[in-house]
Design a protein around this ligand. Structure first.
Ligand code: AMP
Ligand code: GLY
Length: 429
C-alpha cells in the first residue's frame, strides 16, 4: 500500500515510524515532514494545506491511503476537496470531512453538539458582538475563575482562564470587539471552570465502529509544576494511572458512544481520530474539548504502545472495517520528554546544531522541529525532539527519557524535569 502522511511534527514522525514497520506498506511519503520522517519515509516539499499540489502528488504517485496529522487541512476541508476530484475517487483518507472537523474548528458548535446528545461538559454560554453586553453581565453572575474560549482555531492559545471579574469582562470585550484572536474570537464561549485532573482519550472510528486507543496525559505549560505559558505540550505519559477500567467505562458510555451516535444522527461521515480532552472531576469525566486529530506529544506515547499493525488498523478504518481489525496494546508505560528551543513558546532561535542522537539507548527520538542542513542536524522549531521510552514501570521509563534528554545537546536546549511526577504517587515500582 502506498501511504501519504500530512504534517511535520513529532506526531507525524511517530505515525511514519510505526507505519514504516508494517509489511503492508510498500511506499511511504510525508508532506512536508522533518529530518526524523526522512529517516523512515520520503519527505515531499508540499505544505499540508496546499490542496492542489497534494492532489497532484497523490495522483502522480498512486497514493492509496492518506493519513492527515494536523487539524488545519481538515478544518479547511481537505477531505471534501479530495472527494470532489474524480481522479481521486479511489483514494482513502483517515480524517473527517469539514463538517466533522467542526468539532474542533468551532467550540460553539462542539458545545451545542454536546448539549444535543447529553454529553457531560462544563455549563456555558456563547457571546458575540450582538450580545456582548449580556456577556459582560453574565460574567458577573458567575464564579471565578472565568473560562473564556475563542470559538475558532487559535493555535491552542485561544483559551483564557482569569481570576478577576473586571479582567475577565475586559478580556471578553477585547476578544469580541478587539479581535484579540482575529476572526477566531468573533464568538466566545464562556464556561464554568472544572476542578479536576486532565487526561486525553483517543478514539479511532470508521464512522460506525470504534477503537479506544491508549489514554495519555500531556503537560501543556512550559514551566515545572504546571506554571508559565501554554505550549503545544512538553511531555506525556501513557497509560494514565487514574484512568482505570471503571473510569474508562464511563468515558465510553457517557462520551464516546453518544459522540458517535450524534455524528451519525447529524449525517456527518467521520473516518478518523477523535481526541477527547477530559477533566476527571471526582471520578466522573467531562469534555473540555474535542480535537479531530491525534495529540502531539500524546501520539509519541500512544503509538509505541500499539503492538499490532497500525497501518492495518488505519486501512481497516478507511474501509469501514474497523470491527474486524487486529488491535493489541502493550501494557507497559511509555513516557516522552519534549526538548524545546530556549524561549519557546515565545520568540526562539532556530538553526542550532543538534548532537548526541547517535548515543541514545533504549529510547525512540521522535523529531518535531528538526532539519537536515548538509551533514548536520539543526533545530527548526520551538519543539525540537520528543524522547520516548517504554518500560515496565513509569519511573523506569522516565529515567530512560531523562537520560536521553541529558545526552542530546544544542544551544538553548530546555525541557521540563517534572514530567510524570504528579502521577508517581499513584503507581507502584
Ligand atoms: P483547550 O484549548 O480547550 O484545551 O483549553 C486549554 C486548557 O485550558 C485546557 O487544557 C485546560 O487545562 C484548561 N481548561 C479549558 N476549559 C476548562 C474548564 N472548563 N475548566 C478548567 N480548565 C479548563
Ligand atoms: N498536546 C495537545 C494537543 O495536541 O492539542
Amino acid at each position: 500500500m502506498k501511504v501519504f502522511i500530512l504534517g511535520s511534527g513529532g506526531r507525524e514522525h511517530a505515525f511514519a515510524w510505526k507505519i514504516a514497520q508494517s509489511p503492508l506498506c510498500s511506499a511511504l511519503f510525508v508532506a512536508p515532514g522533518n529530518a526524523g520522517t526522512a529517516t523512515v519515509a520520503n519527505n515531499v516539499a508540499i505544505e499540508a494545506t496546499d490542496f492542489e499540489k497534494l492532489a497532484d502528488f497523490i495522483v502522480k504517485n498512486e497514493i492509496e491511503l492518506v493519513v492527515v496529522g494536523p487539524e488545519a487541512p481538515l478544518v479547511a476541508g481537505f477531505v471534501d476537496f479530495i472527494r470532489e476530484q474524480p481522479a481521486l475517487d479511489k483514494v482513502r483518507v483517515v480524517g473527517p470531512s469539514k463538517a466533522g472537523a467542526m468539532l474542533e474548528g468551532s467550540k460553539d458548535f462542539a458545545k451545542r453538539f454536546m448539549m444535543r446528545y447529553g454529553i457531560p461538559t462544563a455549563a456555558y454560554r456563547s457571546f458575540d458582538s450582538r450580545n456582548l453586553e449580556e456577556g459582560i453581565a453574565y460574567l458577573a453572575t458567575q464564579q471565578a475563575p472565568y473560562v473564556l474560549k475563542a470559538d475558532g482555531l487559535a493555535s491552542g492559545k485561544g483559551v483564557l482562564i482569569i481570576d478577576e471579574l473586571l479582567e475577565a469582562q475586559a478580556a471578553l470585550r477585547q476578544m469580541i470587539t478587539g479581535a484579540k484572536f482575529g476572526a477566531a474570537s468573533q464568538t466566545v464561549v464562556v464556561e464554568q471552570f472544572l476542578q479536576g485532573i486532565e487526561l486525553s482519550v483517543f478514539v479511532l472510528t470508521d464512522g460506525k465502529n470504534y477503537r479506544l486507543l491508549p489514554a495519555a496525559k500531556d503537560y501543556k505549560r512550559v514551566g515545572e509544576g504546571d506554571t508559565g505559558l501554554n505550549t503545544g505540550g512538553m511531555g506525556a505519559v501513557s497509560p494514565v494511572p487514574f484512568a482505570n477500567e471503571v473510569f474508562l467505562q464511563k468515558v465510553e458510555e457517557r462520551i464516546v458512544q453518544p459522540t458517535l451516535t450524534g455524528l451519525q444522527q447529524e449525517g456527518i461521515d467521520y473516518v478518523g481520530f477523535i481526541f477527547i480532552g477530559l477533566m476527571n472531576v471526582e471520578g466522573n469525566p467531562y469534555v473540555i474539548e474535542y480535537n479531530v486529530r491525534m495529540g502531539d506529544p500524546e501520539t509519541e506515547v500512544v503509538i509505541p504502545r500499539i503492538k499490532s499493525d497500525f497501518l492495518e488498523l488505519l486501512d481497516a478504518a478507511s474501509r469501514r472495517q474497523l470491527a474486524t481489525a487486529q488491535f493489541e496494546i502493550d501494557s507497559r508505560t511509555a513516557t516522552t520528554v519534549m526538548l524545546v528551543s530556549g524561549g519557546y513558546p515565545e520568540a526562539f532561535q532556530t538553526g542550532k546544531v543538534i548532537s548526541g542522537l547517535d548515543q541514545l539507548e533504549q529510547v525512540i527520538a521522535f523529531h518535531a522541529g528538526t532539519k537536515q542542513q548538509g551533514a548536520q542536524l539543526v533545530t527548526a522549531g520551538g519543539r525540537v525532539i520528543a524522547l520516548t521510552a517504554l518500560a515496565d514501570t513509569m519511573p523506569q521509563a522516565l529515567q530512560l527519557s531523562y537520560r536521553a534528554a541529558e545526552t542530546i545537546a544544542y544551544e538553548g536546549k530546555y525541557y521540563r524535569r517534572d514530567i510524570g511526577q504528579d502521577l508517581l504517587h499513584l503507581v507502584t515500582g
